[in-house]
Write a protein that binds this ligand. Structure first.
Ligand SMILES: N[C@@H](CCC(=O)N[C@@H](CS)C(=O)NCC(=O)O)C(=O)O
Length: 237
């Protein structure tokens, strides 16, 4: 996999240069690895699918970044997957694209698959308080008191994990790794960053996700990123 770093300030020309130099038919556009939870999800899915891809990192929240995002897709957000001429914005749409291309990214058992999709959609559309009040910030460690909305979301998430984990032998929500685990990995990092309460079962699950080799590759890049989003770093100080 090749990584291209795109300085938003350099405008569309820089982006075109990256596109022209790219080798793989798949390019995943992502945001800062320390902060972009939506980018991490399909990145993990493509890794687990063993689909070779290039990644292009768009630095978020710097002058010109929105122009850069809009030059990639009308959504104006990352992640975006480019497959030859096709442009697929949105973490879930990219994951579903991968699941069509490669088997076993959703559980085989019909009931498990239905539940895995339900809880993936829940993560994609919900848990607003947790997402807003405990933003993904892989470098962050704090024991600050967290707002009640965030604690309520964390308790609900830990219950969902426990329900899934109690029906399977683990280590993942439905036994083998699936897209639902990708969707909950950024949430798991928030439990660690903000020291959110969780059950013993959920704690073991979090440790499993945090020691996943693909996740650790992403995290290693995040740790050395030179960019800091000051407002995000101050959340719940
Ligand atoms: N529903 C979208 C959400 C994508 C999203 O909001 N991405 C953030 C980065 S994590 C973004 O691009 N923000 C751009 C902005 O704030 O202008 C998905 O699942 O991919």
């Amino acid at each position: 996999m090749r990584t291209s770093y795109y300085a938003a300030e350099s405008g569309r020309r820089g982006l075109r240069a990256i596109q022209q130099g790219m080798q793989s038919p798949l390019t995943l556009y992502i945001g800062n690895k320390n902060y972009s939870s939506w980018s991490l999800r399909p990145w993990l899915v493509l890794r687990k699918a063993e689909l070779p891809f290039d990644e292009a990192l768009i630095q978020l929240d710097v002058p010109g970044y929105k122009t850069a995002l809009l030059a990639i897709s009308k959504a104006g957000t990352v992640p975006v997957l480019k497959v030859k001429g096709e442009v697929i914005p949105d973490s879930l749409a990219i994951s579903e694209w991968a699941a069509k291309a490669v088997p076993n990214l959703w559980p085989k058992n019909v009931d498990d698959r239905k539940r895995a999709k339900e809880i993936t959609h829940l993560m994609h559309e919900g848990f607003d308080a947790l997402r807003a009040q405990a933003p993904m910030n892989l470098r962050r460690r704090t024991a600050s008191k967290m707002p009640q909305g965030c604690l309520d979301d964390a308790a609900r998430m830990s219950d969902i994990w426990d329900e899934c984990l109690s029906k399977h032998d683990g280590p993942f929500l439905f036994g083998d790794w699936c897209i639902a685990d990708a969707f909950y990995t950024p949430a798991a990092t928030r439990f660690v960053s903000y020291d959110l309460p969780r059950s013993a079962k959920s704690d073991t699950y979090i440790s499993e996700l945090m020691s996943d080799p693909d996740y650790m590759d992403w995290e290693a890049d995040a740790m050395v990123e030179p960019w800091h989003l000051v407002e995000t770093d101050k959340a719940n100080l």
